[in-house]
Design a protein around this ligand. Structure first.
Ligand code: PMP
Length: 449
């Protein structure tokens, strides 16, 4: 009874106070802490459509969207129904189940475009895991196993989860906290990751000129969205593929954020349609693929995926991998995200972003809206950054005031200037109106900061 009060917290302050006693920083993922914006994090009790509700009963229009999975909004009836049906059959078996096959088929179907001679496949096989971190961690092990080489090239400001090799100059929480990486990673491991600036052809050429025969893979976010939104320059992803191939290295494209969001076929599909298609050897998925439950995936060329155990020498496994409830919610999410969803998302995002931008301009706040498909974020600098150094070169101090004014007016933003904003297909006119009503006061607060 020392810790157990038997009473569920009813205010955000009480919840946070108690959380601080039992959990480091009061949170189970640092991006949820209000470290850079200050104040007490809200503890959410429920979500429905475009809204989330905290333990005090306050409702917010949500522009976090579970950091990506809530493509159809919160508690979508079809997704919830799929979860209920699956739960009733048991929570998991640690044995194969048919839902895993069906989910992989849905994904492969989306990642296959065109027909006959012009057919293009983004991936040929898929292994399911539980988190994006696992997907990228396995991808780099597979790349090293396939090539027999040690080195990894990543871009500054890109985030690929929290495995040892991938935290150097990472985005997301590492950027928010303003730290270069993580303690607890051996210098030997850190030295095997070479970090170069994003969208920089010269740096890419140079790193391959110096280390080309020791590089196992380049890993890149399909379109960077963990330092704010910074899309690849046109043709940059293709250049990455060509450069890797020319040197016998692999290209790993991380679609944990963009997958099934930018288009039905993710960022890959967007570039295919734009005529700037690229060939990734491995592609990682997360977030939307699980419909909100812990599920992620690693796809790629069959020849490489088949190097995984039990067929090949690269080991990877998981008690919870392909969990039947998670594959059911993921499949329901993918089945529910038809063409009308992909048509609606960019229009909703545009309406919201235009309104926010107009309000900021009216207050004379220097800013820009950066885009990657339907994803956007606001930078407090006049032009869109192309890399991490530029993303950091903004009036970051304005964001805390902006964030809290938004929250006071019923809009929940990611609590960091370095995160993308998420809209869902459930953001209807009423939700959009509420965001736009908050835009003026938030812009005033940003101007006064
Ligand atoms: N890759 C990207 C591009 C991400 O945005 C994230 C998480 N935001 C991850 C990987 C890690 O996924 P997870 O948090 O599920 O481990």
């Amino acid at each position: 009874t020392r810790f157990i009060s038997g009473r569920t917290p009813t205010t955000n302050a009480e919840a946070f106070e108690r959380a601080l006693v039992v959990t480091p920083g009061g949170v189970n993922s640092p991006v949820r802490a209000f470290r850079s914006v200050g104040g007490t994090p809200v503890f959410l009790a429920s979500g429905h459509g475009p809204y989330v509700v905290d333990v005090e009963g306050t409702e917010y229009v949500d522009l976090v969207g579970q950091w990506g999975p809530a493509l159809l909004g919160h508690a979508h009836p079809d997704v919830i129904a799929a979860a209920h049906e699956a739960v009733a059959r048991g929570l998991g078996f640690g044995a194969s189940s048919t839902g895993e096959v069906e989910l992989a088929e849905l994904v492969l179907d989306r990642l296959t475009l065109g027909e006959g001679a012009s057919e293009r496949r983004g991936i040929e096989k898929l292994r399911l895991v539980s988190t994006g971190t696992e997907a990228t961690m396995t991808a780099i092990r597979l790349a090293r196993g396939a090539t027999g080489r040690p080195l990894l090239v990543k871009f500054a400001g890109h985030y690929h989860g929290h495995s040892d090799s991938l935290l150097s100059e990472a985005g997301s929480g590492i950027a928010t906290l303003g730290i270069p990486g993580s303690a607890g990673i051996t210098p030997e491991t850190a030295a095997q990751t070479i970090v170069i600036p994003y969208n920089d052809e010269d740096a890419l050429a140079e790193v391959f000129a110096l280390h080309g025969d020791r590089i196992a893979a380049i890993i890149t976010e399909a379109a960077a969205a963990n330092m704010g939104v910074v899309p690849p320059k046109p043709g940059f992803n293709r250049l990455l593929g060509e450069t890797a191939r020319a040197h016998g290295a692999l290209l790993i494209v991380d679609e944990v954020m963009t997958g099934f969001r930018s288009t039905a076929a993710g960022w890959w599909g967007l570039e295919e349609a734009a005529g700037s298609g690229y060939d990734a050897d491995l592609t990682t998925f997360g977030k939307i693929i699980g419909g909100g439950l812990p599920l992620a995936g690693l796809g790629g060329r069959a020849e490489i995926l088949d190097l995984l155990a039990p067929l090949g020498p690269v080991y990877q496994a998981g008690t919870l991998s392909g969990n039947p409830v998670a594959v059911a919610t993921g499949a329901a999410m993918l089945r529910g995200a038809g063409p009308e969803v992909y048509d609606r998302l960019p229009r909703t995002a545009r309406t919201i972003a235009d309104g926010l931008s107009a309000a900021l301009s009216a207050e004379g706040v220097a800013h820009t809206v950066a885009w990657a498909g339907s994803q956007f974020s606001i930078f407090f600098r006049p032009d869109a950054p192309q890399n991490y150094a530029e993303a950091q070169d903004q009036h970051t101090w304005r964001f805390g005031a902006y964030f809290h004014a938004m929250l006071e007016h019923g809009v929940s933003l990611p609590p960091s200037v370095y995160e993308a904003w998420f809209v869902s297909a459930a953001h209807d006119d009423a939700a959009i109106e509420r965001v736009l009503a908050a835009a003026g006061p938030a812009a005033k607060a940003a101007a006064a900061a």
